[in-house]
Design a protein around this ligand. Sequence first.
Ligand code: SF4
Length: 225
Amino acid sequence: MSSIPDLSISGVVTTSICPVRFHLEKGTGRTESWRYTAAKQISYRLGDPLDAEEIWAEVRLLQKDVDSSAFTDFAGSVRLCGSTTGWRRYREADVAVRSETHRIHGIVDKVFFDEPFFAVTRPTPAPTRGVYHADRLRVAGYAICLEEMLGIEIAGGMVEYIHSGIGRVCTLEPIDKRRFFRALQEARRITKGELPKKPLRPPCGTCPHGDRCDPTGGTRLSDLL
Ligand code: SF4
């Protein structure tokens, strides 16, 4: 097992969305969007009174290029979160987790004293119902690590859709872990040098690599496959 490289949970989730995207992003760092920074800074304060001006000052410090016109959107997110009840104060934030068995690692946004034991903070709007497929896989990956580290069963986690002011419980089903392990195998194959398989319905419309896969731009998808 020791010769198997560790993979990040976010890399596995990316592979589940599009293996080509995982291939293109291998070895590159990701730039944090201001919406993600804002979601994180708001999330740290949940369970306490929220002061939009104060949190915005933190966001501006972390994201020097964010335009002041974004404040209206930001204040809307703070207002939505403030009108939602039931947020819990966290026990620890940004906790590094790892599974020796499965050679995966990641950072859990928040860990709590009671169930659901952890939360994932997302900068995307909430779906109409439940949580997104990719977020179920994120929860599955962190649950696998925490179960191994803490020696307890983890039934699921919270997903905080901060910009919608909504926290949703994600109770894991066996299929979520199966999907996670399938994506993990695929990510390993790509890491070892196999070319990625193109998904039947890749979400190209929301992907930042459209120009590299676009037949009219740089590397064609057909060149990769
Ligand atoms: S543009 Fe489409 S095929 Fe290419 S990496 Fe993105 S989602 Fe995948």
